[in-house]
Design a protein around this ligand. Structure first.
Ligand SMILES: [Cu+2]
Length: 475
């Protein structure tokens, strides 16, 4: 069968039937038994098993498999959405639709000058019923808004992740690279790769808010928009790989062949894959390519493990106690070590160091939604500067002391070099910073009873979130 082409959902022609067939197939998948590996419920639980879901034969091996805060994030999700595409594609063909149905992607980062609707939920996902009055299976009441406009700000759809040169990086306090930190099999906890952090985590939490399916890995894949979001994240992996020959995949056999994942294909037959097998998209199951992204060219595997340019990072400041995020705004102090300078006299003139703000030990329960992270110097006359967004996707899983990460929580890194210079941190006379966390929304009351969806209970706990330590590193 020909390689399937995944297209931008917002630029499908007016008479295109991709989403009409998607909706019909989702209904067909809903009708299948939980025990059927091609059912909507089984496939959603492959990502995460909701709190009140029963265990079934095979659930231990096939459910709760999602890879987050890991260098397996991209290859695992590629296998997952392609398996889903195979299942939906077979349902579409069985219903009399095209043989080559492909998952469309939602490019929320497309410039608004090109597509004013880019940040809006595609129309087919918005209404509870179709034009004939019957249920729309692409609708989910468990989203923050139902009219399609989430109001994503620029920092939530930012593609700065594409500027990262390395796929993975393990230097403490640094960003862990485009693709995420080196881990074993890892359902969550620790540092996020740049793409996983933004836009991936941000979009999840902005859609799911503090009670919706998308905000929690245990329920995210039960919202039909999940698959178009992840299709876009997967496309951005191809964009990054093709943008520069230095953007190579990890040569380490630990990444390439060291971890095997199990799933089911369109016929419900189990299959396994590793990361290396995900590199050529045309040979993943039925094979697929993205409209508008040139074919991937994987350069020769470099002989040596690539390492971060620069020196060992130096800790230039840290918070003195854990910070509990409460109410609309929380302010935390960070004491600076003024002996650590941004520009060192021993270096060549003009040599600059990069500055990284590192949040670690982010723990809690429930789904608190997103926070805007801001930096302020207490004594200057300037308003706080925005650093980025904190979207704690996977908070509960990463906080579970019995979990694979021992409950060490999540970690996030923001590179703030430009801002540090603009604020004069290089002068060495500022000895205190303030980091502010502004809660972006509170919609905990927004979700009512959900007809037909009672079997997937959201987490019914008041959100509670704490940041173990805030660090400032100079490299
Ligand atoms: Cu996701």
């Amino acid at each position: 069968m020909a390689t399937r082409i995944r297209k931008n959902v917002w630029t499908l022609p007016a008479n295109d039937e991709t989403l009409i067939w998607y909706e019909r197939a989702v209904e067909a998948l809903w009708d299948r038994d939980l025990e059927d590996p091609t059912s909507w419920f089984f496939m959603g639980a492959v990502h995460g098993q909701p709190q009140n879901f029963p265990d079934i034969p095979g659930s231990g091996q096939f459910w709760n498999q999602c890879q987050h805060q890991s260098w397996f994030f991209l290859p695992w999700h590629r296998g997952y959405i392609t398996a889903f595409e195979a299942v939906v594609g077979k349902a579409v063909a069985d219903l009399g639709g095209p043989q080559d149905w492909a998952l469309p992607y939602w490019d929320y980062s497309q410039p608004l000058s090109e597509n004013p609707n880019a940040r809006r939920l595609p129309v087919a996902f918005r209404e509870p019923t179709k034009s004939d009055g019957t249920r729309n299976f692409l609708f989910s009441r468990r989203r923050v808004v139902v009219n399609g406009d989430f109001g994503f700000p620029d920092d939530v759809v930012s593609l700065d992740a594409l500027d990262h040169e390395d796929f993975t990086n393990d230097t403490p306090g640094f960003s862990s690279g485009f693709g995420g930190p080196q881990t074993g099999f890892h359902p969550g906890g620790g540092d996020n790769g740049a793409l996983e952090s933004t836009p991936h985590n941000d979009i999840h939490v902005w859609i799911g808010g503090s009670g919706g399916f998308m905000a929690n890995p245990a329920t995210a894949a039960f919202d039909p928009i999940f698959w178009l979001h992840h299709c876009n994240i997967d496309r951005l992996w191809e964009v990054w790989r093709n943008a520069d020959p230095s953007h190579v995949s990890p040569p380490s056999p630990l990444w390439r062949t060291g971890q095997t994942f199990s799933m089911h294909d369109g016929d419900g037959a189990a299959f396994t894959f590793n990361s290396e097998e995900m590199l050529d998209s045309t040979s993943v199951l039925h094979g697929f390519q993205y409209d508008g992204v040139p074919p991937a060219v994987e350069p020769a595997i470099p002989a040596e493990e690539f390492v971060m340019a620069g020196k060992e990072p130096e800790l230039a400041g840290a918070s003195e106690a854990p910070v509990k995020l409460r109410g609309a705004m929380t302010t935390a102090g960070v004491k600076l070590d003024t002996s650590v300078a941004l520009i060192s006299g021993a270096e060549a003139p003009g040599t600059t160091r990069r500055v990284h703000l590192h949040l670690e030990g982010i723990k809690g329960r429930g789904m608190p939604g997103s926070y805007r992270v801001m930096l302020d110097l207490p004594d200057d006359a300037l308003p706080p500067a925005i650093i980025g967004t904190l979207s704690p996707f996977g908070l509960e899983q990463a906080s579970n002391p019995d979990g694979p990460h021992g409950g060490n929580g999540l970690a996030v890194t923001y590179e703030i070099t430009k801002l540090a210079f603009a604020l004069g941190l290089s002068q060495g006379d500022a000895n205190r910073l303030q980091i502010r966390f502004q809660r972006m929304f509170d919609d905990s009351e927004a979700f009512g009873q959900v007809p037909g969806l009672e079997q997937i209970a959201p987490t019914e706990q008041q959100p509670d979130i704490e940041i173990g330590r805030i660090n400032l590193y100079f490299d």
